[in-house]
Design a protein around this ligand. Structure first.
Ligand code: ZN
Length: 183
């Protein structure tokens, strides 16, 4: 990321909306804006396999869930934040993952220009591949600023997406157990 370039573009943007980028309160805004991009779009170029630490499951073969992981992402249609909670469940196949790695996985895919559907699938697919799990399920509940502050201006609507595979797809009981546990 070329922060200087982003800073320059932010200055132009401020000008274009009719503001004076040189007034006191806005002087340092372009550089702050550029720096915030390092976090907000820091998921590019990060490889999920590089952050994963796997352990032997020691025959544990029941569902493992990490629920209500906070995330912030950016809607690719409007470049506006969308944010909420991700819940992830998987059924191990000899390998489990350090629990803090699931939020890290969410970070890698959410810190990009995204749509919620793709974000959901990317998390599920990456975990599936990395662990060769017997099944993975991901549910995301999110609010979209592009819907709240503009467009239809609906403040309380929540968008829910899910992606499941393996035993979660095949077995309705497994799926409903997961959904009950993440309530
Ligand atoms: Zn949007």
């Amino acid at each position: 990321m070329n922060l200087q370039k982003i800073e320059q573009l932010a200055k132009e943007l401020i000008q274009e909306i009719g503001e004076n980028p040189d007034r006191e309160g806005l002087k340092k805004t372009p550089i702050r804006f550029a720096k915030s991009f390092e976090k907000i779009f820091g998921g590019y170029g990060q490889d999920p396999s590089s952050i994963m630490t796997e352990f032997d499951s020691e025959n544990y073969d029941e569902m493992i869930i990490c629920k209500s992981i906070d995330f912030y992402s950016t809607c690719e249609h409007h470049i506006q934040p969308f944010f909420g909670k991700v819940s992830i469940g998987y059924i191990p196949n000899k390998k489990i993952v350090g629990i803090s790695k699931l939020p890290r996985l969410v970070e890698i895919f959410s810190r990009r220009l995204q749509n919620q559907e793709r974000l959901t699938q990317q998390i599920a697919n990456a975990l599936s591949e990395l662990l060769n799990a017997k099944g993975v399920a991901v549910v995301i509940k999110a609010k979209h600023l592009c819907m709240m502050s503009r467009g239809v201006e609906k403040q309380n609507s929540v968008m829910i997406t899910s992606s499941c595979n393996g035993l979660f797809k095949k077995n309705a009981k497994t799926r409903s157990e997961f959904l009950r546990l993440i309530e």
